[in-house]
Design a protein around this ligand. Structure first.
Ligand code: FNR
Length: 395
């Protein structure tokens, strides 16, 4: 059995706080203004970001007593026909080298060490092949920022690289065909994908098809034309316009494996996911970084679960900060929660060890929260809406 922080008072001093709400402030002090704005920031006035957090307080866990347990809760979950020891995954986050010089290598190693699936972003600052090596025999999924259909050859090349490198599922992000209105980045004059180094564009620069096309068009290598190449790769992964539901077929033809659509926020779209035959969806609003004035991700989760939860895997992110948040999202029907900003802060505060600390702290907190609430596992048989009340019902 994997060691996570648990079972009472026997702690060694942690590398940094056990209090998940401290992480953002601690990391903020250690980051450049640009990295701080990019990670902590959000779209517009931050209304969606705030609502993501507020939504968790509207639900409360109701503990049961004298249930007669002899073991700690079983945290395992089943996703895509695989039994996973823990119900969390590392969310796809781009350009991680702006947070720590080791970047994705640190988080991919931590994920493998803690037995937590790693979702690699198309906007990574480390190549697909190097992340796979760092992740070893860990469970890993690839997140696609989907080039326009005029660039299908590049999409196919990326998918083939991911497949060859042992990424077993494809997560397709639908909410970011262009970056949102993000005042903190705009005020800093900062776009992490248009830096004067190669950090924001590594996947393109390491792609044989894309670099060959670039050389043909510009006569030199991307490295010799860094500015033009960065701008071109950025347009490739953020093409500006949305695909249509009919385009999903193309991905199904070129990715032999499960496909999960990330960024679903309506019941109608969740039903379309079932219709087009993908294996799962992530209820997510990208952590409030895309549409401001949007609904909380947790708020819409139960309706989506009610509509499609028995036909397709429903995963969740946006706003998860502690063990109780994971418990609530799962009680509302999510099979797994993706951890976004908290692991980024862990990476700022301590690289691989920092990410491991964040994952272990979240899981230790989840374990004791369930244990003390008399909930014996994350199975929907016992972790379901019967353990929640709406806080407003009391008043
Ligand atoms: C993201 N997210 C993201 N999503 C994605 O599909 N591809 C990506 O490259 C990125 N990059 C990224 C960078 C940073 C700095 C953040 C904070 C987020 C979104 C991410 O996967 C997830 O949906 C959110 O982070 C969830 O919200 P919280 O929990 O961070 O508030």
């Amino acid at each position: 059995e994997k060691e996570i922080y648990q079972k009472g008072l026997n702690y060694a001093r942690p590398p940094f706080s056990f209090n998940a709400l401290d992480w953002e402030g601690l990391a903020s002090e250690r980051m450049s203004a640009e990295s701080r704005g990019y990670s902590i920031g959000s779209a517009g006035t931050g209304e969606t970001l705030r609502k993501n957090r507020e939504a968790f307080s509207k639900w409360s866990i109701t503990p049961s007593r004298l249930i007669g347990t002899k073991s700690f809760p079983d945290l395992s979950t089943r996703v895509l026909d695989k039994k996973l020891p823990f119900p969390i995954a590392i969310a796809p986050v781009g350009v991680q080298k702006i947070f720590n010089p080791e970047g994705e290598l640190a988080s991919a190693r931590a994920a493998a060490a803690q037995d937590v699936p790693y979702i690699m972003s198309t906007a990574s600052s480390t190549s697909i092949e190097d992340v796979a090596k760092a992740n070893g025999d860990g469970e890993r999924w690839f997140q696609l920022y989907w080039p326009s259909r005029e660039q299908d050859d590049i999409t196919i090349s990326i998918l083939n690289r991911a497949k060859t490198s042992g990424f077993s599922a494809l997560i397709v992000t639908l909410d970011t065909y262009i970056l949102g209105w993000r005042p903190s980045d705009m005020n800093n004059g900062y776009n992490p994908f248009l830096r004067s180094d190669q950090i924001g564009v590594e996947i393109g620069f390491s792609d044989p098809v894309w670099t060959a096309q670039f050389k043909e068009k510009h006569g030199g290598s991307p490295q010799d034309n860094l500015g033009a190449a960065a701008a071109e790769w950025t347009r490739t992964i953020f093409p500006g316009f949305s695909h249509g539901w009919e385009d999903i077929k193309f991905l199904q033809e070129h990715w032999q494996g499960p496909i999960i659509l990330k960024g679903i926020q309506t019941v109608a779209d969740a039903k379309k996911c079932v219709e087009v035959g993908v294996q799962g969806l992530v209820v997510s609003n990208h952590g409030g970084r895309q549409v401001d004035g949007g609904n909380s991700s947790l708020g819409i989760l139960p309706r989506i679960v009610d509509a499609v939860g028995d036909k397709i895997e429903v995963l969740f992110d946006s706003g998860i900060r502690c063990g109780a948040d994971i418990a609530k999202a799962m009680a509302l029907g999510a099979k797994m929660c993706l951890i976004g900003r908290p692991f980024v802060y862990g990476m700022v505060l301590g690289g691989e060890e920092g990410v491991s600390h964040v994952l272990k702290a979240l899981l230790g907190d989840l374990e004791l929260t369930l244990h003390l609430a008399g909930i014996t596992s994350t199975s929907p048989d016992v972790l379901n809406r019967d353990v929640l009340v709406r806080e407003s019902d009391f008043f």
